[in-house]
Write a protein that binds this ligand. Structure first.
Ligand SMILES: CC(C)(COP(=O)(O)OP(=O)(O)OC[C@H]1O[C@@H](n2cnc3c(N)ncnc32)[C@H](O)[C@@H]1OP(=O)(O)O)[C@@H](O)C(=O)NCCC(=O)NCCS
Length: 437
């Protein structure tokens, strides 16, 4: 097969689980006014249209800082900021309305072009904007009156939901209205965060004017919990200036948004890479589950059995006797909530082969889809790295896609360590997956 064809097939296989998983989900997407000024803005709009055509429900919250400042300069108006917040007097508010209005119209216009050069080119994309946010004034803080700068008071959740269910893309400008009919200048990040939290959105995506979070050696940090993000911000006060969206990400996670993605806007197609490829190009911040993850002890055996027995009965997990579990308990980690074991996972190292097998990963059905599987998996992956192992291995009958989405590739039975291969149950016919560490 020609290289290009192979690349396409590989790409399509990698993307397909995500296409399936994202359908019907709600994403809130926010970007700065800088994005609108770029020649590549068309590409971003195209990608947004593509997401919508794949059944993703979208709310777009654009910022307008450079456009507002351009208008202030043109009218010889002074830019007044205090503590990073604009003081919006009447003349400034006129510039804000003008800038936000024209950006909203620009986005609506470009989306109305639909998907050019695409089989669905004729499919109309419906875009609506509106008064989705009720605002109140910031008021006077430390003696400074912020005038027409406001904060979100309430999000019109039902209105937004109805529109999204209708298949419309929503553009929510960073303006809010008070019940007294006044208009307030809002921070786009705050609007996006409030909408995402009020809707319980599946994802909040911030397109940044910067690279996402980097570690000390300059490598991209792919994942963080909200607690880890908070620690990073405490350790590096400059981070809040470089990526103010990180603070919003923490607020969103604590407000019930499952995942917040921080993606460098300057990367053409970055949004698609983040959403449809295994590693993504940004940093994902997810909520820290309110559970304790710890090493299992012999006292946990009964709880583990209770958790995995139904999964053994339906063939999802391989059967383990109580005696086997007792002898192997040191390999297990458990996730505990209010004293009950709601998740477990085990790691069996094969140091001579430089690999470890991940096994018996299970989360109680009542607690799934909230990042606990990830938490158990990430913890064991870190242990394997600390043991300087080079590869993780997993055998599964039901969760192949779950592991593929976390960087595993299908392998053959031949790739199993010799002693493990001898134990392979051909009747069970589990698939083998490996991940390079
Ligand atoms: C696999 C399992 C541990 C995941 O636990 P979890 O706490 O729901 O995991 P997370 O919350 O971190 O991940 C949830 C995501 O994985 C997806 N997912 C869950 N099970 C999946 C599966 N079998 N195949 C593909 N994707 C799956 C969910 O749809 C969700 O996707 P989204 O975030 O894009 O909506 C849990 O479903 C389970 O206990 N399954 C039965 C046991 C099993 O099959 N174990 C693996 C063999 S070792």
């Amino acid at each position: 097969m020609a290289d290009k064809q192979k690349q396409f097939v590989d790409w399509f296989r990698q993307a397909s689980p995500y296409i399936h998983a994202h359908r019907g989900q709600t994403f809130v997407l926010s970007f700065g006014g800088e994005a609108v000024l770029e020649t590549t803005f068309r590409n971003l709009i195209h990608d947004i249209a593509l997401l919508s055509s794949m059944g993703i429900r979208l709310v777009i919250v654009p910022g307008a800082r450079p456009q507002v400042e351009e208008r202030l300069r043109a009218r010889n108006l002074e830019m007044r900021m205090k503590g990073g917040i604009r003081i919006t007097d009447e003349a400034t508010l006129a510039c804000v309305k003008d800038a936000v209005g024209s950006i909203t119209i620009e986005i609506m216009g470009q989306l109305s072009r639909g998907l050019a050069n695409h089989p669905a080119a004729n499919a109309r994309i419906r875009v609506v904007s509106g008064n989705f946010v009720i605002a109140k004034p910031i008021g006077v803080r430390n003696g400074v009156d912020y005038l027409y700068s406001g904060v979100v008071r309430k999000v019109e959740v039902e209105t937004i939901r109805t529109r999204l269910e209708n298949g419309d893309i929503l553009v929510a400008p960073p303006l809010g209205y008070s019940p007294t009919g006044e208009c307030f200048n809002l921070n786009a990040h705050e609007v996006a965060t409030s909408i995402a939290a009020s809707l319980g959105a599946d994802k909040l995506i911030f397109l940044l004017e910067n690279k996402a979070i980097l570690d000390k050696r300059g490598r991209l940090v792919h994942q963080l919990t909200d607690a880890e993000a908070g620690q990073l911000m405490e350790a590096d006060p400059d981070l809040a200036t470089r990526i103010p969206e990180l603070d919003d990400a923490i607020t969103a996670c604590r407000g019930g948004v499952r995942r917040v993605h921080l993606v460098d806007r300057r990367e053409d197609g970055g949004l698609l890479l983040e959403l449809f490829s295994r590693d993504g190009i940004g940093t994902m911040v997810s909520a820290t589950p309110f559970d304790t993850l710890r090493k299992a002890t012999i006292d946990d055996v009964a709880g583990i059995i209770e958790l995995i027995a139904p999964l053994e009965a339906d063939g999802t997990l391989v059967r383990r006797s109580r005696e086997k579990l007792e002898t192997e308990i040191d390999h297990f980690n458990v996730l505990v909530r209010d004293g009950a074991i709601i998740g477990c996972a085990a790691l069996y190292p094969y140091p001579a082969e430089g690999l470890a097998e991940l096994a018996c990963l299970a989360v109680h059905p009542d607690y799934r889809d909230q990042g606990r599987g990830d938490m158990l998996f990430n913890n064991l992956e870190t242990s394997a790295r600390q043991m300087k192992l080079k590869q993780l291995l997993v055998l599964t009958t039901q969760a192949a896609h779950w592991f593929v989405e976390r960087g595993f590739n299908e392998a053959t039975i031949e790739s199993l360590p010799v002693e493990r291969k001898m134990l392979y149950n051909y009747q069970r016919n589990s698939k083998v997956f490996t991940k390079r560490l």
